[in-house]
Design a protein around this ligand. Structure first.
Ligand SMILES: [Zn+2]
Length: 491
């Protein structure tokens, strides 16, 4: 404190030409007081708002319409939800939007966007943690680690998928899963959670082999969120209970026993809060399944995944209520996926019609394939399936031309085992994709395509230093602002 006081006096004296003698006298008095009065008596009030806990939530593929759509869907389909189905983050003091383009494309992929959100540097699609010239760049995880903080990274897709990898890896190929997981194992990330571990098929390694590598490196690898939360003085890797799947089950499909991104977040907070002790912690949570559902143009699955994402954020909000002067919560997205439109025709929206979808398009595909394998399938059997799982005919009436389309696909495609609708992560029956598309359109929800778009994405911020985020315009600004709030400069 005395260092600050002397500087303040110094500045003042420079400005006060002609009163140097007075200044010297004051300096002498201050020096004398420093001998006889404890320095604490002159200390400024302690700054209570010093960030110590940072939560960074990334909804993969989450666009502005997805957020609004989820709230409108909740209002009609989930009347039991608190606050009319409002998401946990839409009333944060900062709610703005940011641009997402990569270094060489107006439409980013998750690797370049993840790199921008982790390092503040634009790069080429497919690159992770390196700039456009392939030079490694520091990420916000390394930044907080230099300050002695603990770090957690959670995702409901593979722990070495693009978004989480951007927070610990540096390489020019997002598909180098084996190289990337090695970087995670050798890193100093304290708590890591994901549905599974992805591995390059040509390597012959399975997720279980890599689990053994992680254990050999001293990491506690568990498939129970409750047990992971209780680990002490050891790094933790928490995986879902089905390592052979590429991702955890969608919120629309899973049984009660499946761990969710909410379970991961709860365990991470319990672990980090205890392990951080005097230091701070940063927790990055990715809602990766939102993007998977958007790549299928499946509105109900998208909205239910957003609800999971929102419930994870609610835990950070609850934590912040216990540590209001020390917590920063940032919620954003890496890009928009699908070009979702809500209320695209006739000034209408009928979200209540989505209440009857009971499974994801991906699972509907599996049910159809199972049906085909079981023997002779009639049009009436297919109608029954679509009625049971989407509410078509029974609860949601179909227009004549939509029914004709479904009949044609049943005859010309499904019965012939024709072409599939191939998204980035799934290969669905055309029958399932068209049925879901028709249900979406009956609710007046529509999609432009199966890929990412160049749209801006939302940014919501609450907590210590939120004011700085009012001037966030691009995805690269976000980690730089987080670093500023913590007290430093990132790249
Ligand atoms: Zn993405």
């Amino acid at each position: 404190m005395w260092g600050v006081s002397k500087n303040m006096w110094g500045v003042k004296m420079n400005k006060m030409k002609g009163v140097a003698r007075l200044g010297r006298m004051v300096a002498v008095v201050v020096a004398l007081l420093s001998v006889v009065v404890p320095s604490e008596a002159f200390a400024a009030p302690r700054n209570k708002s010093q960030v110590k806990y940072v939560f960074y939530f990334i909804g993969d593929g989450l666009g502005i319409n997805h957020v609004r759509g989820a709230e409108l869907y909740n209002a009609k389909v989930h009347p039991e939800m608190a606050n009319g189905g409002e998401l946990s983050f839409t009333r944060f003091p900062v709610h703005t939007f940011i641009t997402t383009h990569s270094a060489t494309s107006l439409v980013t992929d998750s690797a370049a966007a993840g790199t921008a959100l982790a390092t503040g540097v634009k790069t080429i699609n497919g690159y992770l943690g390196v700039d456009a010239e392939e030079r490694p760049v520091k990420n916000i995880t390394e930044f907080v680690k230099e300050r002695g903080w603990k770090v957690g990274i959670c995702s409901n897709v593979g722990i070495n998928h693009a978004t989480p990898s951007a927070f610990y890896a540096h390489c020019k190929k997002r598909s180098e899963y084996n190289y990337i997981i090695d970087r995670l194992i050798e890193s100093d990330i304290d708590f890591m959670a994901g549905s599974t571990i992805l591995s390059c098929s040509k390597s012959g390694l399975k997720a279980q082999d890599i689990v053994e590598q992680a254990r050999a490196a001293g990491i506690e690898v568990l498939q129970s969120a409750d047990r992971a939360a209780e680990v002490r003085n050891k790094r933790v890797m928490l995986l879902s209970d089905s390592l052979d799947r590429k991702s955890m089950r969608f919120a629309t499909d899973r049984s009660e026993s499946c761990p969710t991104i909410v379970d991961f977040t709860r365990a991470a907070i319990r672990y980090l809060e205890r392990e951080a002790v005097d230091d701070g912690f940063m927790l990055m949570v990715e809602g990766g399944h939102i993007d998977y559902a958007c790549h299928d143009n499946d509105a109900v699955t998208t909205f239910e995944e957003i609800n999971d994402f929102s419930a994870s954020i609610a835990m950070a909000v609850e934590f912040a209520e216990r540590h209001p002067d020390q917590t920063l919560i940032v919620v954003t997205s890496d890009h928009e996926t699908g070009g979702m439109a809500i209320g695209y025709s006739k000034y209408k929206m009928n979200m209540e019609r989505l209440a009857f979808q009971r499974t994801s398009e991906e699972q509907l595909t599996l049910k159809m394939q199972h049906m085909r394998e079981s023997g002779k399938v009639t049009w009436e059997d297919m109608q029954q399936l679509l009625s049971d799982y989407l509410g078509l005919w029974d609860k949601v009436t179909l227009r004549k031309k939509d029914e004709e389309t479904l009949r044609r696909i049943f005859r010309d495609n499904f019965l012939q085992e024709g072409e599939k609708v191939v998204g980035l992560y799934t290969s669905n029956e055309k029958m399932a994709a068209e049925a879901v598309r028709i249900l979406n359109k009956r609710a007046y929800v529509n999609w432009i395509g199966l890929s990412h778009t160049g749209a801006q994405v939302p940014l919501f911020v609450k907590g210590v230093g939120y004011e700085r985020f009012m001037e966030c315009f691009d995805n690269t600004d976000v980690p730089k602002k987080i670093a500023e709030v913590i007290g430093g400069e990132l790249n």
